[in-house]
Design a protein around this ligand. Sequence first.
Ligand SMILES: [Zn+2]
Ligand SMILES: [Zn+2]
Length: 258
Amino acid sequence: MLVDSHCHLDFEVFEAELDGVVGRAKAAGVGKLVTICTRLTEFDRVLAIAERFENVWCSVGIHPHEAASEPDAATARLVELASHPKVVGIGEAGLDYHYDHSPRERQREVFRRHIEAARCSGLPLIVHSRNADGDTVALLREGAAEGGLAGVIHCFSSTELLARGAMELGFYISLSGIVTFRNAESLRAIARGIPDDRLLVETDAPYLAPVPHRGKRNEPAFVVHTAALVAELRGTAPDVFAAMTTANFHRLFTKAAG
Ligand SMILES: [Zn+2]
Ligand SMILES: [Zn+2]
């Protein structure tokens, strides 16, 4: 069994055929999905999807793009929402200095609150980081120094600096369809070197469909293509790779285990 550790099933493109999307994932051997919250104002819809399907879980958090447009999210509020049995992580949260949709100072402030919420709830932090390696590592270190911080760098597409910095703090690295893209040789080099017990896979659907679906709408079933490529890259048999990444997922996302 494979897991799609990061997708966005609440996005409008999936609305008309959610049963089909979840069903196709299951048929492809993708047994568990985590649908990721990007706006607190949409959390109810995200949670409703997790409640509707027994093999779907969710997170709670604010994407850095929405850090300025979303109303204030106190740490205590995030922790409270995270107590629901189907909420397995805090995020996605982090820093996006590529798009800069929210002022950077505001992004850092909102990210800090999520780091705090992850520590207080004991749930893993789902980190989005783009063109912000240095600040991401600095803020994670700050939080980790307080103790009790775990998490994953989702859709990893950064440099060795972030990979090493995050893994030093015990974080996991999650690879998306980007690793299958023709021009992603430097990412594949990093992917080869990630220890077996630190690796996850995801789709980030509806974005970033892996080859051979590149450019089309992505969906959780397609995580099999990313897994197949990374397994081959690492010289691992596909079933061994699936078992390994699923065990990693359960170790990190303990509420979705069992
Ligand atoms: Zn993201
Ligand atoms: Zn995402």
